[in-house]
Design a protein around this ligand. Structure first.
Ligand SMILES: [Zn+2]
Length: 427
């Protein structure tokens, strides 16, 4: 199976300047060559599929490093009792549909830092095994938390039931046992989570280190939800692989992160969306503290700027699917826009973060996210220039083609029309 993408302007994802494309030759699921049409190839050969991208822009498929497929959102009108993650069977199908909506928007890989049951593992495997179409998925299971952390939402006599996003582990031994249980069920990485807003550190450095040691021995990586200063410093020193948020980190904490050489996944998109939605429908409707979200947003954009200065790599993720107003397929490229508007990055730098840089978050560092020979063939073709306007990457509105793993994705298999949404039930 040979696929050629001819003509157009090529953005390589590695940071090179946009350049006129002759031919990207794809054989199987890998890019074979980029440049002039190799001799010996004829465009009219049987088994050669050609995409003519004249007047269009070609770049690596987007990677969203922070999507939650199995939280149970969006709630479906008419879903009734036991909605959301109380119904794992229905929720699994919704998660699969959410993954497809992301692919329809040009997102060829996603990382899922936390979910319910092992739904994300199941959806990942269904896609890998060819049962359904969807993006590459790299996923964690339920978040390891102690009393009072984010995702420990019930009173202590209830704990964290099976449908919870968090799983209570109140000492290092319990945490290690949970790492082993999740490994047995096939997660790609372990997600830990400290306090919701970061004002108090709730996980001890020794506990984080115990999880990191056990996970690494089993070839799993570790990410942590950490807004706070103390937890960010502890996580960097305890050997986690990436830190989610880190917005209250002090200069000294960021120095520890830089020294550890690990990336930060700030995730400003969710905060931006809460602020926007709060202004639109009112703070009571949103049921989140808008002022706290504004503070987090301001901290996060300064963190973006400071990380760039300190050489800390940023991963780009959105938290799509973590809430009713974070739909799949819409916001996966919003973080790149925020990076350009507020973080001091050029559009080309933001595109590289969302492609080559984000490959780390899906366990494919150096394998995907660049249009270079030998890389995995995840490619999107756009009808407008994303360097001139970074927002053209959003919502799949300017997509001409999506290629994943060397195959042209048939949008008809992902639901017709612009980004897949859950249909309103017919009365
Ligand atoms: Zn999240």
């Amino acid at each position: 199976m040979t696929l050629m993408i001819r003509n157009g302007i090529l953005i390589d994802g590695a940071g090179g300047p946009p350049a006129r494309n002759d031919t990207i030759l794809i054989e199987g699921n890998r890019i074979k060559s980029v440049g002039p049409l190799p001799s010996g190839f004829r465009l009219d050969d049987d088994g050669v599929e050609v995409i003519d991208a004249a007047g269009q822009w070609i770049m690596p498929g987007l990677i969203d490093a922070h999507v939650h497929l199995s939280y149970g959102y969006p709630n479906l009108p008419g879903e009734g009792r036991g909605r959301g993650n109380l119904r794992p069977e229905l929720n699994t199908l919704k998660a699969a549909r959410g993954a497809q909506a992301a692919l329809r928007a040009g997102v060829t890989s996603i990382a899922v830092p936390g979910g319910t049951y092992f739904i994300d593992v199941g959806v990942r495997d269904a896609i890998t095994l060819g049962v359904i179409e969807g993006p590459r998925i790299h996923c964690a299971g339920r978040m390891i938390v102690s009393y009072g952390c984010i995702e420990d939402d019930e009173p202590s006599w209830v704990g964290t039931p099976d449908h919870s996003v968090g799983v209570l582990c109140n000492n290092a031994a319990e945490m290690v046992a949970e790492v082993r249980r999740q490994d047995k069920h096939g997660v790609n990485f372990i997600k830990m989570a400290d306090s919701r807003s970061g004002t108090t550190q709730m996980l001890a450095k020794e506990e984080i280190a115990a999880v990191a040691a056990e996970a690494h021995r089993r070839k799993l990586r570790v990410a942590i939800h950490s807004r706070g200063a103390g937890s960010t410093r502890a996580a960097a020193e305890a050997g986690v692989d990436w830190i989610v948020h880190a917005d209250l980190a002090t200069e000294a904490d960021l120095a520890a992160v830089a020294k550890a050489g690990i990336p930060i996944l700030p995730t400003a998109t969710f905060l931006w969306r809460v602020i926007e939605e709060g202004q639109r429908v009112g703070a009571e409707q949103v049921q989140l503290d808008i002022n706290r979200m504004k503070r987090h947003f301001d901290n996060i954009v300064s963190l973006m700027q400071r990380s760039k200065e300190l050489g800390i790599k940023l991963l780009l993720g959105t938290d799509s699917g973590n809430n009713i107003f974070m739909p799949f397929g819409e916001l996966h490229a919003k973080e790149a826009e925020i990076l350009v508007k507020y973080g001091g990055f050029s559009p080309l730098e933001a595109i590289s973060c969302a492609t080559k840089g984000n490959a780390f978050a899906v366990g494919l560092d150096g394998q995907v996210g660049e249009l270079l020979p030998g890389k995995l063939a995840d490619v999107i073709v756009l009808t407008r220039d994303p360097v001139a306007d970074i927002t053209v990457l959003q919502g799949g509105r300017h997509l001409a083609h999506v290629v994943k793993d060397g195959r042209v994705i048939d949008f008809a298999h992902l639901g017709s029309g612009a980004p897949v949404r859950f249909r309103q039930p017919v009365a």
